[in-house]
Design a protein around this ligand. Sequence first.
Ligand SMILES: Cc1cc2nc3c(=O)[nH]c(=O)nc-3n(C[C@H](O)[C@H](O)[C@H](O)COP(=O)(O)OP(=O)(O)OC[C@H]3O[C@@H](n4cnc5c(N)ncnc54)[C@H](O)[C@@H]3O)c2cc1C
Length: 398
Amino acid sequence: MTPPHTPVDRLLRTGPVPAEAVVDEFRELALPLAEQLTGKGFRDQWEALAGLGVLRLDPPEHTAREEGAPGPVTRSLAMIEGIGLAGVDPGVVYALASQVFGMQYPLRAVLPRDAWHSLAPLTDGRVLLCHALTERKGGSDPLSMDTRARRDGNGDGDGYVLDGAKTFITAAPVADLALVFARTDENRSPFALSAFLFPVDTPGVTRADAFAKTALPGVPMGELAFTGVRLSADRRIGAEGSGLAILASTTTWERALLLGYALGPMRRTLARVTEWAAGREHFGRRMGASHQVAARLSDMALALHRSRTLLYGMAARLDAGTPTRRLSAEAALTKISVSEDYVRLTGHATALSGVRAFIADSELPADLHSPMAALTYAGPNDLLRVGVAREFGLPVEN
Ligand SMILES: Cc1cc2nc3c(=O)[nH]c(=O)nc-3n(C[C@H](O)[C@H](O)[C@H](O)COP(=O)(O)OP(=O)(O)OC[C@H]3O[C@@H](n4cnc5c(N)ncnc54)[C@H](O)[C@@H]3O)c2cc1C
């Protein structure tokens, strides 16, 4: 039986979110899976959750026609929130959000129709994508990348030979297709990079073992090395030199919505800690009778409310067709705010849980690494702040 809504859920449902029914629907659909999938491999979990339709960008036709139906992006966000709320491993939900928002939506916008349709198996989970940008030397400065795609002089002259390596890539150990950014020009110019999409089993591509990651351990992370990888020109996305523009689009989508994956875990944490504070006897009274405890819980609710409002606001802007180039500052601000609120909320929960926060099989274990990692991926917050200030016209560079 589906657990009833907690008081926290009821409070949040007063927000301006047109997608509550979708959140509820996917929470209910994912609840049995969350239990069945515990301990299963990443790929099994991925396919089972994809089977619910989370990777489908367009809603079923009958749903799309309903009056007041949320737009596709809002619906995707609500599906992600719902499965997170059901208690599915946050690493898997993160990976789903990363593929949907950071890859599928931006690729659909840029690929020719036929090429996009050939990627249909993405939507049912049979094919898995990874987004390969970061290199060992660093991730924040794409123009310093070493991975190079040179025009292939030996072939038909139209293709490329790719050499280099991408590291710290989510899902690289299990992905079928990689979206890879490489240098096609030696200059440090906005047109120096190009984007390529190709199968990870292309000759010359090797995968290193997965890293033992402390944040989001439910999704593997790894490295892809490229040695003389021959790519035909149709593996390039967009024009040669348009890689930075494509990257700007994938990262804006990511910054706008990837942290939608955190809404479910944030809501679950707040509900769990509220219940604990309401029931625990302490100093001859219930713990929740303390104003300090109550204030921490209210601050957690504030962090969640703010995050939800910002994320659904971004989804609405994208549903309205706002071009990503006009959303870069808003997306960066959303990413900064939600990631820092996720850390803040988890910090309060950890404080209120006492020692139980550090006992793996207690009723209140804390995961501090995963929220902290959100300060780094999709652009470190320190650097995003610099970028936002630059958009105000400040003469500030990274
Ligand atoms: C969970 C997780 C998943 C990831 N998945 C992917 C993926 O799928 N694909 C991918 O390509 N990458 C991925 N990454 C890598 C991520 O994109 C990079 O970590 C990120 O771009 C930052 O690069 P870096 O770690 O090299 O940090 P750096 O660039 O070294 O920056 C680290 C810190 O140094 C400081 N700093 C550095 N330079 C400046 C400056 N000029 N001004 C102010 N402060 C500065 C900031 O505090 C910054 O946070 C993932 C990372 C994590 C944690």
